[in-house]
Design a binder for this molecule. Structure first.
Ligand code: HEM
Ligand SMILES: *[C@@H]1O[C@H](CO)[C@@H](O)[C@H](O)[C@H]1NC(C)=O
Ligand SMILES: *[C@@H]1O[C@H](CO)[C@@H](O)[C@H](O)[C@H]1NC(C)=O
Ligand SMILES: *[C@@H]1O[C@H](CO)[C@@H](O)[C@H](O)[C@H]1NC(C)=O
Length: 327
């Protein structure tokens, strides 16, 4: 078999080459033998229907909860991977992620996850990870609000630690400009277009005044009627937690209205409007605004990719009994 001479020189003996081959297989095994859609098919066959029932109940009770559960998965996955680290309360060993700037007084859905976890624990004790529950709940939430579905890959395990500092550094802030948004998502392996598709999540849910105050009082690339109407419930000082829908046209419907809002300068966050402000992602916004099906397809694919961020598998991590604390 002909080989480049440099390869032969680097690995002169057949035996060494054999070990190198085994080493490669082992690594490829670690990278690809991670998650699978049928991971619980024998160990907990009813887990998916159980989670769906609970998510539907929670979203029927309060539509915004669907948005909160979707965001919870995002904020889990961007911080040391999809490992349910965001669910851990502070301990004497570490400060958790709940008090990080992008999470404090803002991330929600912990009670719903706890309720699902206790149902699932009584069904199949010690089998289903909190990280998988969060991933499935995010998908079921999007479906419950009229969006698209996707197959959730399963088999994630739960972390035994959390990172306040990674939560502060790796979760994007609403003040970011386009190049910093692209960098933040590229650091996690996403293209700019995937970042634009994932941002379509802002078609549902609500935000506190503190996250859009500067934009509605001081920015110029904003529809003036839109800005004025938001100022009524978001004073220039105080009222930090007063809520506004992020998509003011259809806050409980997972559609492509977010992109149409951006085209008419009605993005709520500075970061939202950066996606359509004369820069390189304008064409992606135009595309998703005119073609809802392509948005939903790209969004679903990007969610699967997000769910694959550095999962703990095999004997790494653990299956937490209580999502709030290490076993
Ligand atoms: C592109 C960078 C992003 C920035 C700067 C950003 C920022 C924010 C901010 C500031 C809020 C409001 C939080 C509050 O006031 O409580 C928010 C809400 C939300 N975000 Fe993002 N986000 C980004 C990307 C994403 C992604 C990728 C997803 C999901 C895949 C997502 C899903 C959501 C949802 C669903 C809400 C509403 C949550 C609720 O109503 O409880 N965001 N985001
Ligand atoms: C802190 O870490 C030690 C050593 O890993 C462990 O034995 C202990 O249970 C941990 N404490 C908490 C509260 O997690
Ligand atoms: C984006 O923001 C960063 C940090 O504030 C800044 O250094 C950079 O120059 C900005 N880029 C553009 C294109 O405005
Ligand atoms: C708007 O900009 C002015 C001048 O820079 C600043 O004093 C003021 O605090 C800003 N207002 C808001 C709500 O950001």
């Amino acid at each position: 078999m002909a080989e480049p001479s440099s390869f032969s020189m680097t690995f002169p003996s057949l035996k060494l080459r054999f070990y190198f081959f085994i080493f490669l297989c082992f690594n490829i095994g670690i990278v690809s033998a991670q998650l699978s859609s049928d991971f619980y098919s024998t160990t907990c066959p009813n887990v998916l229907s159980t989670i769906k029932t609970e998510v539907d109940t929670a979203v029927n009770n309060e539509a915004r909860m669907g948005a909160s559960l979707l965001r919870l998965h995002f904020h889990d996955c961007f911080v040391q991977g999809c490992d349910a680290s965001i669910l851990l309360d502070d301990t004497s060993n570490f400060t958790g992620e709940k008090t990080a700037l992008p999470n404090a007084n803002s991330v929600r859905g912990f009670d719903v996850i706890d309720t699902i976890k206790s149902k699932v624990e009584s069904l199949c004790p010690g089998v289903v990870s909190c990280a998988d529950i969060v991933a499935v709940a995010a998908r079921d939430s999007v479906v419950a609000l009229g969006g698209t579905s996707w197959t959730v890959q399963l088999g994630r395990r739960d972390s035994t630690d959390a990172s306040l500092s990674l939560a502060n550094s790796d979760l994007p802030a609403f003040s970011l400009n386009l190049s910093d948004l692209i960098t933040a998502f590229s650091n996690k392996g996403f293209t700019a277009k995937e970042m634009v598709a994932l941002s379509g999540s802002h078609t549902i849910g609500q935000a506190g005044c503190i996250t859009f105050r500067t934009r509605i009082y001081n920015e110029t690339n904003i529809d003036s009627t839109f800005a004025t109407s938001l100022q009524a419930n978001c004073p220039s000082t105080g009222g930090d937690t007063n809520l506004s829908p992020i998509d003011t046209t259809s806050q409980n419907s997972f559609d492509n209205a977010y992109y149409k809002n951006l085209q008419s300068q009605k993005g709520l966050f500075h970061s939202d409007q950066e996606l359509f402000n004369g820069g390189s992602t304008d064409s992606d916004v135009n595309g998703y605004s005119s073609d809802s099906a392509s948005f939903l397809t790209d969004f679903a694919n990007a969610m699967v990719k997000m769910g694959n961020l550095s999962p703990l598998t095999g004997s790494n991590g653990q299956i937490r009994t209580d999502c709030k604390k290490v076993n």
